[in-house]
Design a protein around this ligand. Structure first.
Ligand SMILES: NC(=O)c1ccc[n+]([C@@H]2O[C@H](COP(=O)([O-])OP(=O)(O)OC[C@H]3O[C@@H](n4cnc5c(N)ncnc54)[C@H](OP(=O)(O)O)[C@@H]3O)[C@@H](O)[C@H]2O)c1
Length: 244
């Protein structure tokens, strides 16, 4: 149904978890996907497993590195249609003990990283008068979570960044949306023990932990022509855990 033939996409954090599923969904829909993460071997092996993809190593928290990545994609393919800002990290801790370094690292990757990517693609997307920007936030950015002040602030910041950018770029035919996943089974969330998982599942009306494809399907929709009238929105994909 969603055809992305001839589209050029960048997906950050594509080496595993949600980003890997997003890269796969976009590539299988016909896009050429540039898979980005810091570890080139991991991201290369993902790109090699997809029908139409390549790999690029960059630290998204560096404006210079992310800009170089985007510029190399634009000079090779002549355009950029889709940017998925998915890469993110956690450095959890109660605020009373949270190190400034852990605060800064999370904000620099999760929020400034997305800003760096958006800034790097904007001029070209404006000239094209088309583009899709999709930011991966979290339900934690909507409702907060004890022990995750840095992460929650970064994810709430992404929602504001999405809305402001959507308003700036709408007249140029560019849509900007974000997705707030609930609890999704990946390396990031693997450390919960079985008792904690059972407790969590009780809070999810649909009765299961999400999988990366649940998020990838929403990205695929938002990236498609069919979603052309949606911008500035926050799409929650969480099995009904947070209803606001
Ligand atoms: N899993 C969940 O339950 C859940 C829920 C809500 C939101 N999310 C969000 O969804 C996104 C993906 O989560 P996930 O669970 O798939 O995480 P994950 O399995 O830990 O994967 C994170 C990805 O981001 C990349 N990355 C991290 N820092 C980077 C940097 N500075 N520059 C470039 N790439 C970087 C990692 O590769 P390298 O280490 O090689 O760079 C990896 O590919 C994150 O933004 C996360 O906050 C996840």
């Amino acid at each position: 149904m969603f055809d992305l033939t001839n589209q050029i996409a960048i997906v950050t954090g594509a080496s595993r978890g949600i980003g890997k599923s997003i890269a796969s969904a976009l590539s299988n829909a016909g896009a050429h996907v540039v898979c980005v993460s810091r570890n080139i071997n991991d991201v290369k092996s993902v790109a090699n497993s997809l029908p139409n993809a390549s790999a690029f190593s960059c630290d998204i928290s560096s404006a210079d590195e992310f800009t170089e990545c985007v510029n190399s994609v634009i000079s090779k393919h002549g355009k950029i249609d889709i940017l998925v800002n998915n890469a993110g990290i956690t450095r959890d801790g109660l605020i009373i003990r949270m190190k400034t370094e852990d605060w800064n690292t999370v904000l620099n990757i999760n929020l400034t990283g997305a800003f760096n990517g958006i800034k790097a693609v904007t001029r070209t997307m404006m000239k094209q008068k088309s583009g899709r920007i999709i930011n991966i936030s979290s339900v934690v950015g909507l409702i907060g979570n004890a022990g995750q002040a840095n992460y929650a602030a970064s994810k709430a910041g992404l929602i504001g960044l999405t809305k402001a950018t959507a308003k700036e770029l709408a007249s140029r035919g560019i849509t900007v949306n974000c997705i707030t996943p609930g609890y999704i089974s990946t390396d990031m969330t693997d450390n919960l023990n079985d008792a904690a998982k059972e407790k969590l599942i009780k809070q999810i009306p649909l009765g299961r932990i999400g999988n990366p494809d649940d998020i990838a399907h929403m990205v695929l929709y938002l990236a498609s022509e069919e979603a052309g009238y949606i911008t500035g929105q926050t799409m929650t994909v969480d099995g009904g855990m947070v209803m606001i």
